[in-house]
Write a protein that binds this ligand. Sequence first.
Ligand code: HEM
Length: 540
Amino acid sequence: MSSTPNDETGPDSSTTTTATSATFLGLHMSSVLMLAAILAITLHLVRQMHLSREYPPGPRGFPFLGYLYVLGSPDKRKLFAELRDQHGDIFSFNLGCRLVVVVNGFEAMKQVFVQQGNSFLDRPQVFTFTHVGQGKGLVNSSGEVWKEHRKFTLNTLRSLGIGKSSFAEKVQEELTAFCNILDNTESRDFDPGNAIQTAIANIICSIAFGTRFDYDDPMFVRFLQIFDENMSISGGTALLNFFPVLQHMPGDMFKSRRVLKNVEYVQSYLRTWLDNAKKRFDRENVNDLIDSYFKEMEEKNSNKTFSYDQLLKLVGDLLVGGTETTGTTLRWVIIFLVRWPHVQRKLRQEIDTVYPEKETPTVQDRRRMPYMEATILESQRFADIAPFSVTHTASEDVEVGGKVIPKGSIIIPNIHSVHHDPELWGDHDDFRPERFLDANGEIVRPDYLIPFFMGKRSCPGEGLARMELFQFIATILQRYEIRSAGKGSLPGLKGHVGITFTPFPYNVRFVRRDLPPPEEEEEEGEGAEKAEESNKSDKK
Ligand code: HEM
């Protein structure tokens, strides 16, 4: 039955049959709903247009969906550079239900994360932080939980002597095990990735539990594999931060269920370590981070947020934060030393001068080794392993440069835009440690080198990482010459941009300096020339 204009007079019409009124009611309701939907969409669009004039400029994309193009972009470093050119240092775009604000360049970053830093300390309330990170521990928490756990972590790392000679011995112990692995390769092609990751994870384990694991311990190997898998697949779950409804899709298209299962596995593994530590806890004999935490819990100091679950997350955070980052940096350093062999040669000379009797390199000698220090700084700048740091949110509406960064928006600090800013560095695409040395060969470290980020939420592991990088590189180069793999194939400068920027797997050779070179090895000079030549044509 078709509707007539009369139908719209309403259900009171005396001649209307029951069927007609049902149809009429249905049509009436659907028209009302449609009108309401159109009105809501119009209001939303008008509001968005109005608000977007107040927000930092940028592409707005489709209604409700936002700037989807960013999701398909293979390298966000390039996309953000283009958007910065078009819209300025602070630009924004909508993505699903969120406004994303990207902060570029050193001055803008200082303004947001230092000068107005107190309003940008928190983590956004989105899938990554609320579901994967459970809003607990240190990396994923905000407010009081974050404040107390941050203070505890910094104090404990300090009291354990991180960055000082007492702890340097622990790092050296691990390096002995690591060098055994390299010795066993007998100068053959070898991918050092797994060994590096295990060594660095072991150092965090000594800090957390006072223990280390064998490189072939099956449980530890499995644990690290799960860790690794989550680093590589968790990028896919980022979509759920912007379109949370997708969490409820059947199957596991975004790998979120897999990521959460892995998190559960890691938690249960850590729980057994914690349970054991709890059993042997002796408040008079506190030697590691877990014991310090138990002691704080017992004494009920000012810490109101401490709990077993928070500790579990904190230990996981230190393992994630401290293993992937330092390990990835070391993997890049090895690539750079093979691709720029004159840098490797200079470093070996410096090491041999400071340690003529092949004494064990120790962190106290850092000041006597400016070229080493400069190479570490340049590697951190050039590799830029945390190109977008970790996302923050605004805890209130904040005005920056005449625009409003609204409460709850997702804020991306674009560290890459600083480390590869031609105005700051000039030849930013060249690997040149000398940029950190003055005319007297002394270190100059500009404050716009920010691999550990800036402000109150900067990396608490900086001291440990700098110590590890120094001791690993100095010890490796004292013992080996690192050469390209067979047939002179060079490890590449391209990698995967995820949470960190990681190199693709590669092989190199660690040739013992104290043994005669293997017979079929080409002379260093030959491979070195090839490498220098290749760098000219193979820019990052
Ligand atoms: C070369 C090595 C490292 C680099 C480049 C690095 C870089 C960073 C960056 C960029 C952040 C994010 C700051 C922010 O929230 O914006 C961060 C946070 C963090 N890092 Fe590191 N890191 C390194 C090593 C370490 C180590 C060795 C540890 C372990 C002790 C560690 C533990 C953490 C933790 C727990 C956080 C979260 C801090 C917070 O939310 O308050 N990192 N790191």
